[in-house]
Design a protein around this ligand. Sequence first.
Ligand code: PRP
Length: 216
Amino acid sequence: MNEERYLTFALTKGRLAEKTLKLLEKTGITCKEMEDKETRKLIFVNEEQKVRFFLAKGPDVPTYVEYGVADIGVTGKDIIMEEGRRCFEVLDLGFGKCRMCVCGPESARELLEHHQMIRVASKYPNIARDYFFNRKNQTVDIIKLNGSVELGPVVGLSDVIVDIVETGSTLRENGLGVLEEVCPLSARVIVNQVSMRMENERIKKLISDLKDALSE
Ligand code: PRP
């Protein structure tokens, strides 16, 4: 164990970072600097505890972790699956719970059942591809969108979408519904593969402290 080295966290900017920090606080890891909600800073340090935090966009968190710029990352399972970066997923934090689903109008159910060549719009083309091609053995046409994906079937761009469903209200308000569930999602902790070896004791302790804090 090398106490001199900083343990670096890449957190997902926004609500996820706030929740993660609250949880870390329960394990004794704090960062005063980050309590200032007005700050535009992106890097925060706790010199005493030798920890550093980056605030990154979700899809970039696994990138920082794979390249070893951050030892530990916290982001959604959706992002981890979509990015497919090399890192270890070590803990399910249980918050940010939602589902990745195939959604569309009721009329699309038949197209799915008969393995038709359909158009699938998604912000998550890799997850959509993996689900249809590998899990369902269905060849589909995948169209990448960047948001407001529910528009796809409503305006006739696609037959269905693969998207996150939390409360289901976006679907309902646009006349769509869940047709199939791809997988459950939540916030996860990921670790750089080299850090896992080099900082094994420190990271193992952190994971165990986080587990304890979650069960409190
Ligand atoms: C997400 C997701 C759905 C919506 C699901 O979109 O892509 O559109 O939330 O939540 P609900 O089931 O509670 O309605 P987000 O708000 O992140 O915006 P986006 O459409 O720009 O991706």
